[in-house]
Design a protein around this ligand. Structure first.
Ligand code: 1CP
Length: 372
C-alpha cells in the first residue's frame, strides 16, 4: 500500500485511460462490472431509501452516491455510472418495470409491425436527462481522482429485451422475428443504433471519459448473424462517437470466437469473458486493442488465498509471452458482472492483488532485462 501512496493520486487518475491507449502504466488498472450493487450493504440501504431500483437510477443524487460507494471501500481505478442498459427502451416508451425479487420487464414489448413503427429515437437531454445529470454530478464529485465510465447496451442486446419483454433463456421471440420478419428486426436495430449513438455522445458531452457497450446476448447468435445483427451495428456506433479521444470498450459475452471481429469494430478495447485464454486473446488482437477481463466472477466465492491465486493466474496468462511488454494494454476486470452473493472482502483481496502482483511482474521483467 505504501508504494501506492508514493505514486500519489495522479497515477490512479490516469492509469485506466493510459492502459486503454496501450501506453505503459505502473501497474494494471482494475474496475469491476457491477462494482456497485446488491453485494454491498450500503447499496441495499440506498435502494431501500429510494423506494426501488428505477427510482435509484432516476435520481442523480442517489445514482451518484451508489456510484461512489465501491470507491470508498476499494482502491478501484475507475467509477462506472450507476444506471441500467434498459433506460433506452424505457425512454422509447416501452414502460420499464422492476418488480421486487424479479428481473426487469416491459409493459409494452415490441412484437409487430405497428409496435416497430412507433419506435422513435429519444432525445438524451430530454427523456434521459436524469442520466446526463448523474454523469455531470459524478464527474464533479470525483474531482479527477479516477475516470468515469459511461455505458449503453448494444443494439442486439437491447432488442432482445424489447422483443422478449424480459430476460429470456431461449430467445424464442426475437429469433422468431429474425427468421420470419428479418426486415422488422433490422428496423428495430437501426432505431436502437441511432438511440445508442445519441445516448453515448450525450454521456460523453456530460463528462464520461470512457464508454462501454454491453453486448450481453451477442453470444446467442449464429456466426453469420453475429456479424449481421450485432457486430455491424457495434462498428457503426464506434464510428459515430464524436469525440475520438474517448476510448470505446466493446464486450460480447460468449464472444471469444469473434475476437478479431470485435477488434474490427474500431473499439479501443475488447472485453472478454472467463472462457477466453488471455494469452490467446493477446496474441490474436492484443497489438490492435486493449483487453479487459477476465476472471470468473464466481472465483470470488473462494477463500482469500484462492482469490489471490486466481488473480495472479489471470495476470500471468496475459503476460505469458515474455517478448511482449508486461501488462501493456490490460485492464483487469471480471468476465461478467459481480454476483450479488459476493463477499465484499473478496473484492478487497482482488483489487489489492491486481495492483501488487502486476507491479511485481513489471519489476521482475525490468530486472531480468537489465541483467541480460
Ligand atoms: O435489484 C437491484 O438492485 C437491481 C440489480 C441491478 C443493478 C445493480 C440491475 C437490474 N441493474 C443494475 C445496475 C447495472 N446494470 C449497471 C451499473 C453499473 C455497474 O456498477 O456496473 C450496469 C452497467 C448494468 C448493465 C446491464 N443491465 C446489463 C449489461 C451488463 C450485464 O450484466 O450483462 C444487463 C443485461 C442489464 C439488464 C438487467 N438489469 C438488472 C437486471 C437484473 C438485469 C438482467 C435481466 C435479465 O436478463 O434477466
Amino acid at each position: 500500500m505504501a508504494e501506492r501512496n508514493i505514486e500519489g493520486p495522479s497515477a490512479r487518475a490516469t492509469r485506466l485511460l493510459r492502459a486503454l491507449r496501450r501506453e505503459p502504466v505502473d501497474c494494471t488498472p482494475v474496475w469491476l462490472m457491477r462494482q456497485a450493487g446488491r453485494y454491498l450493504p450500503e447499496y441495499n440501504q440506498s435502494r431501500a431509501a429510494a423506494g426501488d431500483f428505477l427510482a435509484l437510477c432516476q435520481s442523480p443524487d442517489r445514482a451518484c452516491e451508489v456510484t461512489l460507494q465501491p470507491l470508498r471501500r476499494f482502491d478501484l481505478d475507475a467509477a462506472i455510472l450507476f444506471s441500467d442498459i434498459l433506460t433506452i427502451p424505457d425512454a422509447m416508451g416501452l414502460g420499464l418495470r422492476f418488480a421486487a425479487g424479479e428481473g426487469p420487464w416491459f409493459e409494452r414489448p415490441v412484437r409487430d409491425e405497428a409496435d416497430v413503427a412507433h419506435l422513435a429515437v429519444p432525445d438524451p437531454e430530454v427523456e434521459l436527462r436524469y442520466v446526463c445529470d448523474a454523469v455531470r454530478l459524478i464527474r464533479r464529485e470525483l474531482g479527477g481522482r479516477v475516470p468515469l465510465i459511461g455505458f449503453s447496451g448494444s443494439p442486439w442486446t437491447l432488442a432482445c429485451y424489447m422483443v422478449e419483454g424480459r430476460g429470456s433463456s431461449d430467445f424464442r421471440l426475437i429469433k422468431t422475428l429474425r427468421y420470419r420478419r428479418p426486415d422488422l428486426l433490422h428496423r428495430i436495430l437501426e432505431v436502437v443504433t441511432e438511440a445508442v449513438i445519441g445516448y453515448l455522445n450525450a454521456q460523453i458531452a456530460a463528462g464520461a471519459q470512457v464508454v462501454m457497450i454491453f453486448d450481453t446476448w451477442g453470444g446467442v447468435l449464429s456466426d453469420a448473424d453475429f456479424v449481421a445483427c450485432s457486430q455491424s451495428y457495434l462498428a457503426r456506433i464506434v464510428a459515430a462517437v464524436a469525440d475520438k479521444t474517448v476510448p470505446v470498450v466493446v464486450f460480447t459475452k460468449g464472444g471469444g470466437l469473434w475476437l478479431e471481429r470485435l477488434a474490427d469494430t474500431g473499439a479501443a478495447a475488447v472485453g472478454v469473458d472467463w472462457t477466453v485464454d488471455l494469452a490467446d486473446a493477446r496474441r490474436r488482437i492484443g497489438t490492435r486493442v486493449a483487453l479487459q477481463g477476465n476472471l470468473d466472477p464466481m472465483a470470488l466465492m473462494g477463500s482469500a488465498d484462492t482469490v489471490r491465486q486466481q488473480v495472479v493466474a489471470t495476470l500471468e496468462r496475459y503476460d505469458a509471452d515474455p517478448s511482449l511488454s508486461p501488462g501493456l494494454g490490460h485492464v483487469f476486470n471480471l468476465g461478467h458482472g459481480l454476483s450479488q452473493f459476493t463477499p465484499p472482502d473478496s473484492v478487497a483481496v482482488l483489487v489489492e492483488t491486481v495492483h501488487r502482483h502486476s507491479a511485481e511482474i513489471r519489476r521482475r521483467r525490468a530486472s531480468s532485462s537489465s541483467l541480460s
